[in-house]
Every structure is written in structure tokens, then in C-alpha cells.
Design a binder for this molecule. Sequence first.
Ligand SMILES: Cc1ncc(COP(=O)(O)O)c(C=O)c1O
Length: 390
Amino acid sequence: MNAPVIDLRSDTVTKPGAGMRQAMADAEVGDDVYGEDPTVNRLEQRVAELLGQEAALFTPTGSMANQLGVRLVAPVGTELLCDSLAHVVRAELGAHAAVGGVTTRTWSSNHGRLDAEQVLAMVERSTSPYFVSTAAVTVEDTHNFGGGTVQPAAEVRALRKATRDLDVALHLDGARLWNSHVVTGLPLSELAGEFDTVSVCLSKGLGAPVGSVLASSADRIAAARIWRKRLGGGMRQAGVLAAAGLYALDHNIARLADDHSRARRLAEACADAQPGCVDPAEVETNIVAVRVADPPGRRCAGRAARRGRDPLRHPSRRRRRGRRARGTRPRRRRPYPLAPRAVSRWGPPACGRAAAAAGGPRLPAPAGRRRRGPAARRTARSPGAGARRR
Ligand SMILES: Cc1ncc(COP(=O)(O)O)c(C=O)c1O
């Protein structure tokens, strides 16, 4: 019998259950590009209310919601500040620069935790022709690559107050804001209401197959609706997807607490099996980041990266040698022996230093046999050598 496999790669692998599938099948739909899908409209209104914002827009992905959110507050040629592990800078494939025309500057953080003072020291409100002006800051709550970290509410409040005075906008990447809400017990409107733009995901741990929502002021959301269509994100009878989102909000937020306690148990089991690989006390929500002690694969990949190679496409020399030893790849034969011999079985060599040593003529060696090494490189690089080659 096959042992059951529990896929722990990510909360993005959660699947819709029977109740959610039924809700999708029963959804009332219309053309959402015309604003005529009643289920999408209901979802947008519901999320806006939950987050303490005026309006909201359903998007196919969290990456698109983030792109739109940043676009609304950071014009072309300005900069976005975020921490060096933020999803917007690490995992959206440069979209904010490639599509939005915005540069990013990052700060280093402790597991993605916000430190308002550190961020404020980086803000550049420049009107000079020298420095890029900071238009917005992104905060990620919970923090994915930080290990599911919940943002400290006091730091967020301090950042909000100061950035408002500086006229710098705040975008919240709240893909997992639901988890923060469950851990802190704070209302979603308190966690998100003070941000200028907020994105949340329905497909991370909540079981919806796709879907995110961007929330902001009514004016900004009207502009985002145009940009969503421009980016190819206008959806027609999207109510079947929005129905999954509504079902997730009704049934699956509270049960995130189960994920959190299971994650903690998993961390404890890992720490028992391999002490030091994870600190269970660091596991705040549903993400467990396990330190793997220098595995050979990572060493190989690191070496390949240092040499500017793709580790998947260019086997390292050691792996190649291993293959040869196993006989899975034919050994390439060298055209000449490496060291010239004065006299071989076939008689004295006809050229080169060895030939001279053997008393023969000192003709230049054929191209394939020319000496390698620093001396040879010096000769090849000299202007004379270049001129001769030409
Ligand atoms: C923090 C965060 N923001 C945004 C996204 C993007 O979501 P999507 O995969 O739907 O584009 C993710 C995805 O995992 C995420 O972890």
C-alpha cells in the first residue's frame, strides 16, 4: 500500500473542497468587464468592507493585485521601498520595474519584521535632478520569505504616521493578512484600513483555486479597473471564481488557526529530529522554514552560480567526472599527449622545445599543441601577437 503523501511545499497548493465546488457551480454570473457579474460585485464589496477601504477589484492573481496597487501610488520614475525578502521584489519577476517603470530600494530585516525607523531613514523626497524620489513603501503581512512573520502593529502605526507627513504612500501586500488577523485577533479593518492600497489573496491557505482582491479608495480602484484590462486581466463570467472566494471568507478563515498549530507541531518534530534546524518559537503562523545544513546540491549550485553557470544545464566538473567514472558518458580523448616527449616510440618529435632538445629543428608547434598558461596568455595578449593574427 502506498503511504499517504502530505504536500507541505506551500499554502498555494490548497484545493477547493466539496462545499466550495458546489458554491462555484451555483454561482450567478454575468460579464464582469461590463461590471455585470453579481457574484464578483458581491465579493468586491465584501472585501472592501472587511479591509476598511472604499472599494475593491477582483484580480486573477496576487502578483497582479500588487502590480496594480503599486502602480496607483508610485508613478513611473519614482521608487518603491521594501525589505529585501519582500515578494514584490523577489518573486514578481521584476514586474514593478519592467511594467510599472518603478525602481526599488530594499532594507535588510529580521525575518521580514518591520522597523519603522529603519525604513524612514531611507526615504528620499527629492525634487532635484539627482535622486530618485520615494513614492511608496510596501509592507508584507504576514511575511512569506520571512517565515510567516506577523508585522508588529506598533511599527506599522509609526510608519503610517510618519509617511503621511512625508507624503509617501503605503502599500500592503496582505496575501496572508487573514493569518495575521487570526493570530493577533485584530480586526482586518484595523490591520489594513490605514494603508493606501491593499492586496489580499484567496488562494493561499483558504482553498480558492485562484483570485486576489485589491482594495483602496473608489478613485484609485476605478483607475485600477482600467489598468487590469490593459494588462489582460479583465475577466468575463468570473463569478464562478468569486463564489469560491466568498465561500473561503465565510468558511475558511477561522480554520487557519488549525494550520498554525499544525505548523508549530511540525516545527517541533523537525527540531526533535534535527536539533537546531528550526526554532519552533519562531513559527508564528502557517510557514515553517527549516535550515538544511549545507546539502551537496546547494554547494554545487552555489559553485555553479559563482562561475556564472546555470546548475541545471551545466553539470559541474565533479559531476561530469562522476559520470565518466560510472561510464555513462564517453570519455573525450585528448588529441595530443600533454607533455612533449623528447623521443617517443615513433621517433623524435618534429617541432617545439622537445624537438630542439632532441637535436631536431625548432619549428613552431601546431595550433592545437601550443603551450597554455600565463606565458602563452601574455604572448597572445601582446599587441604584436594580435597584429600577427590579423
Ligand atoms: C506575500 C505574497 N504576495 C503575493 C503573492 C503572489 O500571489 P500569486 O501567486 O497569486 O501571484 C504571493 C504568492 O505566494 C505571496 O506569497
